[in-house]
Design a protein around this ligand. Structure first.
Ligand SMILES: [Zn+2]
Length: 162
């Protein structure tokens, strides 16, 4: 929050209580929130806050590089706090926009192997996988029982090609 105030000051913007309420609520909630969800939360803190303030504040946070906006196939944007110190990878559901963060030791080893092969020094990293999340997959199976793929990744390994 202090960083946000500082960056606003540098842009010559004065503090505004509604904007602060929006930013504070956003930072408190943390990750992956849509503007509508944020609006509902801010309303609880400040019933006078308008939707325009929500969008304006999110845009400012984005311009100050404190927030990322991500778009999904349904055209809806979701916002998340920029956090380079904690490089987690993400799986993003194309259907509902749900984000599953993950870390994977094997993936880390592969990263280093690739870096060695390329002769590069690794810096920032972000791996994003897209697909259908377990919840949406369950729905999908209900409508289309033929889909049995990836139902149990523990036992259903790919058979080696013969
Ligand atoms: Zn989903």
């Amino acid at each position: 929050m202090a960083v946000f105030r500082d960056r606003l000051r540098k842009r010559g913007l004065k503090p505004a209580s509604q904007r602060d309420d929006v930013a504070l609520t956003f930072f408190k909630l943390g990750r992956h929130i849509s503007a509508e969800e944020l609006y509902a939360e801010v309303k609880k803190v400040n019933p006078h806050a308008g939707q325009a303030t929500i969008y304006r504040t999110l845009r400012l946070l984005k311009e100050c590089e404190l927030v990322h906006e991500r778009y999904f196939s349904n055209g809806k944007g979701r916002y998340e706090i920029v956090n380079d110190k904690d490089p987690r990878h993400r799986f993003i559901c194309d259907r509902c926009g749900r984000i599953i963060e993950f870390q994977n030791a094997r993936l880390e080893r592969i990263r280093f192997a690739v870096a060695r092969e390329l002769g590069v020094l690794l810096g920032r990293q972000k791996i994003e996988l897209y697909g259908i999340c377990p919840r949406c997959l369950k729905d999908e199976r209900r409508h289309n029982p033929a889909i049995r793929l990836f139902q149990n990744p523990q036992t259903r390994r790919c058979a080696p090609a013969s």
